[in-house]
Structure formats: C-alpha cells, structure tokens
Design a protein. Structure first.
Length: 279
C-alpha cells in the first residue's frame, strides 16, 4: 500500500523543486547561509511535503482523465484507493505546515496561502480555462517570495539574478503547462464542462506555447550579460537555450522533458557558479 502512495508524490518533481528553492535562498544571501541552515532545511522539507501533497490530490481529481491519458498511474490501476490517497494528501499537507511553522511565521503564512491556491487549482483546474496555466506558473514562481520571507537580499550583484529568473520561470512554466495541455487533449475532451479542451485544441495553442518557451529561455542569458554571474552560469544558460530550441521540434510529450531538463540545468548551473566562483 505504501509504495503506490509514495509514487503518487512524484518525488522526481517535488524534490528538484524543493532543491531549487534552496538554490534561490542561497542566491538571496550570496551564499551566506550559515545562520539559515535550520530554516533552510525545514522550509525545504515543508515545500517537499506541500508539493507532493499537491500531486497526490491532483491524481485524486484526475482519475477519469488518467484512465485515458495515463492508465498505468496508481489510481487508474487501482494500486491504491481514492480514500487512501486523500488521507495521504492530508498527512502531507499537515507535515508541510508543521515544518513551515519551524521556519517562521512569515514563511508559514505565505505557504498556507500557496497551499490554498494549490487546493483551488486541484479542485477546479478543469473549469479554469487558460487561467489554469497562469495559476500553475504563479505557484511555481511563488518560490521566490517564499525565499524572501527567510532572509533579506544580500548587497551583491549576483542577487539580482533572482529578479531575472522569476520572470524566466513564470514564462517557462506557463509554456510547460500549455505543452502538457496539448499532450493531454485526448483525455480532457472526454470531461464535460472542461475549460481546458476548449482552448488546447485550437491551432494556435501549441505554437504559442513554443514561442513562450523560446522567448523565456533567452532571458537566462541576461544575468551573465549584465555581469551578475560568471562563465559556469553562462554555460548552463547557453545549454538551456539549446534545449528550448530543440524542444520545438518534438511532440509535447517529449518536449516537456526538454523543458524540465532546462529548469534543472539553470538551477544547477546557478548553484555551481556561486559555490565554485563566489559572489
């Protein structure tokens, strides 16, 4: 029973996102996280639980669609029950809030707001139309204001990278979600009152997602061009742009893997640039 519940958490997504948050905090402090080690640890664990809970809850609401698009997932295959998944999501949310409380009241309050938006998304996403994709992009970008609740920004040029990256991440996640909608058209069209299918089937939709992703990828070059980062970061940014360009020639199911790799690459390159070359 426990293994299917663990698979519902999508650790391969939630763990990198939590790690990306840690990179953001590290940049925010220009690498001076000595006094924030405990806060950074518990806040990252909090995010890991909240994000995992969101994935579990999403699968609960998408059972019928997943029977068509992803029949091998745990709930369509009846490897676990809907009731067990709901209880597991509640446990993960509560664990996330407990860790958040240890991070401080500001972080806890903002995380509760984010969690409420996540639950709103999971419950009503199929009726939201394109607002769904913008909401997901905003939720992902909330990593930045969450980081700012833990520390004041350091007076270092490298810290300015965060302002560029917040714009890049919002647009990239927007394009990423649009690609996922294009991938999932078959199942979405079977659900009544599904606002997603009303626009994801339009001929302009998939090209628009690719244009957004390409435009966003070029933003990753700005921190180096403006003198905020060094050559290690430049290498990761250049590779990210290449991945974005390669993705436009791939079907959505494959293209989203390129975009996921792009996000991981920028986070890793940013961390190594700061860790090895300093602020």
């Amino acid at each position: 029973m426990i293994l299917p519940l663990l698979r519902l958490m999508r650790i391969y997504y939630s763990l990198p996102i939590a790690a990306g948050f840690a990179v953001i905090v590290t940049y925010l402090t220009a690498g001076n996280i000595q006094t924030l080690r405990f806060s950074l640890l518990v806040s990252s664990l909090s995010l890991l639980n909240i994000i995992s809970a969101a994935y579990v809850l999403n699968d609960v609401f998408d059972i019928e669609i997943d029977k068509i698009n992803f029949p091998n997932r745990m709930l369509p295959k009846a490897k676990t029950t809907r009731k067990a998944a709901i209880i597991w999501a509640i446990i993960l949310f509560l664990a996330g809030f407990i860790f958040a409380a240890l991070s401080g009241p500001k972080f806890l309050l903002l995380l509760i707001t984010v969690a409420a938006a996540v639950i709103l998304y999971d419950t009503f996403s199929k009726r939201m139309g394109m607002l769904k994709d913008f909401l997901v992009a905003a939720l992902m970008t909330s990593l930045y204001p969450l980081a700012f609740t833990l520390a004041e920004p350091a007076s270092q040029p490298q810290t300015n990278t965060l302002y560029v990256h917040s714009c890049w991440l919002f647009l990239t996640c927007l394009g990423y979600e649009m690609l996922k909608d294009s991938r999932d058209i078959k199942g979405d069209k079977t659900i009544k009152h599904n606002g997603i299918a009303a626009y994801s089937t339009k001929p302009w939709f998939l090209p628009a997602s690719r244009i957004i992703i390409l435009a966003a990828s070029t933003l990753t070059l700005l921190p180096f061009m403006l003198g905020y980062c060094n050559y290690i970061y430049l290498c990761s940014a250049a590779a990210a742009v290449i991945l974005a360009f390669l993705s436009i020639r791939k079907p959505p199911a494959i293209a989203i893997r390129y975009i996921y790799a792009e996000i991981i690459l920028i986070a890793l390159g940013s961390f190594l640039d700061l860790f090895l070359l300093g602020p």
